[in-house]
Design a binder for this molecule. Sequence first.
Ligand SMILES: [Mn+2]
Length: 395
Amino acid sequence: MRQTWRWFGAEDAVTLSDIRQAGASGIVTALYDLPAGTAWPIDRIAETNSVITQAGLTWDVVESLPISEAIRTDAPEAKAHIEAWRASARALAERGIKVICYNFMPVLDWTRTDLVYTRPSGAKALRFDLVDFAGFDIHVLGRTGAAQDYPETVQSAANKRAAAWTAKDHSRLTETILAGLPGAVESWTLDEFRDRLNAYADIDADRLRANLAKFLRAVLPEAESLGLRLCAHPDDPPWPLFGLPRILSTHADYQWLCDLYPSPANGVTLCTGSLGARPDVDLVEMVTALGPQIHFLHLRNVKRESHTWPTSFFEDDHLAGSTDMIAVISAIRDEENRRRAEGREDAEIPMRPDHGQMIIDDQLRKTAPGYPAIGRLKGLAELRGAALALGGRMT
Ligand SMILES: [Mn+2]
């Protein structure tokens, strides 16, 4: 595996030097200040690339080249936004950046209810508490029909818990849950959020799939000719939230994606943390079945609290949690060996330790939720050790 690290640019409190010291050799970044639907200027790409290269690292993966809500909903601006996306992809290819991660989650990106869930050790983790989430949906947001989206036991626990919430609890939950929204967290109000949800009133999973297919058919032929490898990140958590459809949550969803347009350009970001929140996803089976299409790996481990979904979970240590990470790494090693035997130039799959707990000095340094320096360094070191012990290659 190629050891990469997500870097949020010059504003990131975790510097490129920190990243090298952690043992990573590749960078995963994007032009985060440009809104979805904007074509990325080639000089901005070149400038970022040069800062990374000067630090002795390489820009291996773009995460993400964002897909606008207009594209997801097939609104009138979709055509122009797809053209802008293609222009950005062309500009990236021209600078030699070939792996582009994207997601197709409506409105919300990843969603958690607690960003500082304290573990017995004192480490702080990200957590999704299903009862808190249901309580927020039913009683704070007050979404019509929300209650029936949850099992009865969850509904009644949520009703009981929400009855004791203060105004402070309401704003803490609102801020935390809306923190997964791309863009400025502070500027989102519940009313704006409701407007965003309303844009999907007529969009079910089938329509969302049709919109993804339309986008892919527009971008993949050119991406393929440029040697780009697009890779779709799974939904996080991998089930519908707030009545919104989600279409990249299971192995079958990914099989649909790969079958839609078989091409090296049409690939997968295998995020063991997102997919691992579902007990019916077998990650080793996914690595084996979709191996040739896996262009990017996010290794992270969640601890599920029930054997069904939806479920509460928290982000555990990289080698702990509900996913057998050693088995996943073995399957990845086999896929990389297969690629080497085939002579594929992308035999080493870029991998990043996806999230880490806040440990030691992380709690003194302001970083994006899930992206502290030392917690991720620890995760990367454990993953590297496991991969090497299993006979994998780490670059
Ligand atoms: Mn991920």
